[in-house]
Ligand binder design. Sequence first.
Ligand SMILES: Nc1ncnc2c1ncn2[C@@H]1O[C@H](COP(=O)(O)OP(=O)(O)OP(=O)(O)O)[C@@H](O)[C@H]1O
Ligand SMILES: [Mg+2]
Length: 482
Amino acid sequence: MSWNWRISLASFSRGWRTLAFRLTAGYALAGLFLVFAATASLYFVLRSELEKSTDLFLADKLHVIRTMLRERPDDWDALHEEIELESAARKYEQFYVRLLNSQNRLLLMTPGMAEQLDLSKFKSSFHQSDHAAPMQGKSGQMFRVTSTTAEVGSPPTATDTIQIAIDVSQKEKLLARYRFWFWTFLTATSILFPLIGYQIARHGIRPVEEMATTARNITSTNLRERIQTEGYPFELASLAATFNEMLDRLEESFERISRFSADIAHDLRTPVNNIRGETEVALARARSTDEYREVLGSCLEEAVRLSDLIGDLLFLARAESPLNQLRRERVDVGQLLNGVREYYEASATDSGIVLATAFGDKAVIGEMDRMLIQRAVGNLVSNAVAHTPAGGSVVLGAEAEAAAIRIEVVDTGAGIPTEDLPRVFDRFYRVDSSRSKVSGGTGLGLAIVQSIMALHGGKAEITSQLGQGTRVTLRMPFPGAA
Ligand SMILES: Nc1ncnc2c1ncn2[C@@H]1O[C@H](COP(=O)(O)OP(=O)(O)OP(=O)(O)O)[C@@H](O)[C@H]1O
Ligand SMILES: [Mg+2]
């Protein structure tokens, strides 16, 4: 197969599968079928009506002649007038009559009948009936003929045969003209229908093509493009709106990711720059052992910060992996909270803060990953201690609800401004860091709490009043907890 052939075959098979092609083919076939059915049925109605009118004429003539034979069988003048003169006087739609007696002897005949018709066919071809049938004349034109008997006199004395033929070539011509226009019209519509159908289909699916073009132009650096939905039909407008909403979400995720990357870079750069700066200064000239020790100590501090930060980032990345497995075990939440309290007790006391736990009588038992929940509660307590002034208090509580376990960390500290509340769970988000007693937080603590809750199928919520305190609630589903 040559290359060109292959290309045209490929484009044909593509064209066959396009929506425009299918719609066009559908319109064209349905339209053609309807036009064909309508005009063809009109043709058959017309033909049958024409035949009927001819047959009525013949029946009428037969009736007149029969009546004359019955009522006035001897009035030859009248019969002559009816059979030989009247029919000969017509220009179009000429009719011919022949009257035979019972011995088949010719009594009367319209002049020219023998020249136009093969009279022998008459007798042999037709039954004696009023019903007309077609017959071809000698010179090719069409006739409708009938042959029947008629009683002569009243009471009847003999039986004659009446044969009538009427020239229907004018009507045949009319039908032929109809057939000509019928095929011409059908040919024209078979060309026009696909053309018109294709235009309609193209117009209808243009919005889809525009959507495809927009989608093609969208890249990670160009997420601002949107589909203009004005003038679109309702179905496509709602599809385009859904597509635009998806782009909104994608754009937001991309922005979040790029902000996240910028924050990571910034937070990694600071400790690395510190280490570099201090090392460079220390190496600028000879130092005493104590000075070296001080520089190394400070470098170690920065290295610890770096490794903590990297550890947090790794934790968040792993927490998002769908392969992540929790190591769930039965945990006495009261005991767990007491453990966390003991861990932070010393630093709280140093800051002049009362750190306490408050539970009901009944032990709260749940199934959870002990290490992760410890880490989440630890992050909350460290935040609370960091943002509560001396004299304040931090209380840890747990309660079993109908189908969930609730852990709360409540402090009487600085609180968080309302406008910052929705964002404190975002990675690297810090409310004005100058307010913090302990500077240098990375802003990952609450993000880690939220992802630990997500792993447990739960949620972390925060409420706060500036200057009054903050309450963070962790809620995990646990059927039959209470
Ligand atoms: N109990 C609280 N009282 C007042 N502000 C709080 C409290 N908890 C969190 N915040 C504010 O929310 C911000 C985000 O907290 P998050 O724990 O995520 O980060 P961080 O404590 O700054 O850093 P990290 O925990 O990673 O060391 C904090 O910077 C702080 O301003
Ligand atoms: Mg924190």
